[in-house]
Write a protein that binds this ligand. Structure first.
Ligand SMILES: NC(=O)c1ccc[n+]([C@@H]2O[C@H](COP(=O)([O-])OP(=O)(O)OC[C@H]3O[C@@H](n4cnc5c(N)ncnc54)[C@H](O)[C@@H]3O)[C@@H](O)[C@H]2O)c1
Ligand SMILES: [Zn+2]
Length: 368
């Protein structure tokens, strides 16, 4: 088992990320649950039949459980209300602990519910998708989608720890597994060229278990180093938004269709779109775009929204381009109504706070 210790520089808040295989059942030897008055597990309908029993068997008796519908469509205020109701019904108090067992939707929503219930109680993340293991469960961004905008309502609130059991990935559908590689590739692109080469050398399913654990650990370490220095996204943390300015808008629009993209798929398209923008602005050489496009495709990820969904259209008059632009206008990353991007200067080096004109964005969206 590996341990990565996260220490937020400003607040000195510190917590461990435990990474290993078959460590879920050892959870009581990794965390001290005796100091909490009540334990409350939040999970979803897909994860519950697969992993809930393993967790409840490992925890003290009397642990309460709340099971939510699965997926991004459930990341709503209505679901949040149900979580708060369940927390209240379970009589959680300020010394209770919420355990989030699931993908990024569960860790985001459970973190938000805990950080607001009675002005904030402790939570522990047990991510069960590759995407949530390498990204969503670490760093303390919590929240839910609102008014058609991704994660519009949220808090920065750190977990007391993260338990990452790679065995949980055995049941993950291939599409969700590949989705996690979008964030893994992003980590290489923004921070480390050698890591980018390592994680794109093989197709995702061809990495051995040990190689995968190594990749998960390295991605966690890249994210840890960034968020430690900038918990609340004043500067450096914006690097992690690569691919997300366009990706979040595409994801949100796709959710209104009957062929929604997964988060990672939308981010993959966003990464390529933003690489093209960086090239138009004279930041990123053309050959780097080709390398990025090939790497994403090799990982089985989409790079074009028109062919991945049924929302096929042929020209810039696509009804989806104005919708995507509109979503971007209300993005929480904007500053003074200007759309801000994190763009690449080269593979392994991102640059934050780049403003891009609507014309350039439209021009690139029309090529996707
Ligand atoms: N807070 C952050 O810093 C951060 C970072 C990246 C992404 N996110 C958020 O994370 C979400 C995406 O996360 P995700 O891709 O994990 O989505 P998800 O939570 O919807 O999980 C994807 C699907 O996999 C299922 N699943 C989960 N674990 C499983 C398992 N072990 N076996 C079989 N099925 C399993 C889920 O039920 C769901 O249907 C988005 O809402 C995104 O905004 C947050
Ligand atoms: Zn993401």
């Amino acid at each position: 088992m590996k341990t990565i210790q996260v220490t937020i520089t400003k607040t000195k808040q510190t917590y461990p990320i435990f990474i290993g295989t078959d460590i879920l059942k050892k959870i009581t030897s990794l965390f001290d649950f005796t100091k909490y008055t009540k334990l409350f597990i939040l999970t979803d309908e897909t994860v519950a039949p697969l992993l809930l029993r393993d967790l409840t068997d490992a925890l003290p008796q009397g642990t309460k459980t709340c099971i939510l519908p699965a997926g991004e469509k459930a990341k709503t205020l209505l679901t949040m209300q149900k979580i708060w109701e369940a927390m209240h019904k379970a009589k959680l108090d300020r010394k209770s602990l919420v355990l989030n067992l699931g993908g990024g939707v569960i860790t985001d929503m459970g973190g938000f519910a805990a950080s607001t219930y009675t002005r904030g109680i402790a939570f522990l993340n047990i991510p069960t998708t590759l995407l949530s293991q390498v990204d969503a469960s670490i760093g303390g961004k919590t929240g839910f989608d609102f008014d058609g905008i991704k994660n519009l309502i949220g808090t920065f609130s750190q977990p007391i720890g993260v338990l990452l059991d790679t065995r949980t990935l055995q049941t993950l559908p291939q599409r969700e597994f590949l989705s996690g590689f979008a964030e893994i590739i992003k980590h290489g692109l923004i921070a480390d060229r050698t890591y980018f080469i390592k994680v794109t050398k093989k197709q995702p399913l061809d990495y051995t278990t040990n190689e995968l654990i190594e990749i998960i650990s390295q991605s966690c370490a890249i994210k840890q180093q960034i968020i430690e220095q900038d918990e609340t996204e004043q500067g450096k943390r914006k690097l992690l938004n690569l691919g997300h300015t366009i990706g979040h808008a595409i994801e949100a629009v796709s959710l209104t269709t009957d062929t929604p993209l997964s988060h990672g798929e939308a981010i993959s398209i966003g990464i390529l779109a933003e690489a093209k923008i960086a090239n138009i602005l004279g930041l990123l050489p053309k050959k780097e775009i080709i390398t990025i496009e090939k790497a994403l495709q090799h990982a089985g990820l989409p790079t074009c929204w028109r062919t991945t969904t049924k929302w096929r259209t042929k020209s810039t008059s696509s009804p989806f381009i104005p919708q995507i632009l509109e979503k971007m206008q209300s993005d929480k990353k904007n500053d003074n109504n200007e759309i801000r991007f994190t763009l690449l200067e080269q593979i392994g080096k991102g640059s934050i706070n780049k403003t891009v004109s609507t014309e350039v964005i439209t021009q690139v969206l029309a090529t996707l």
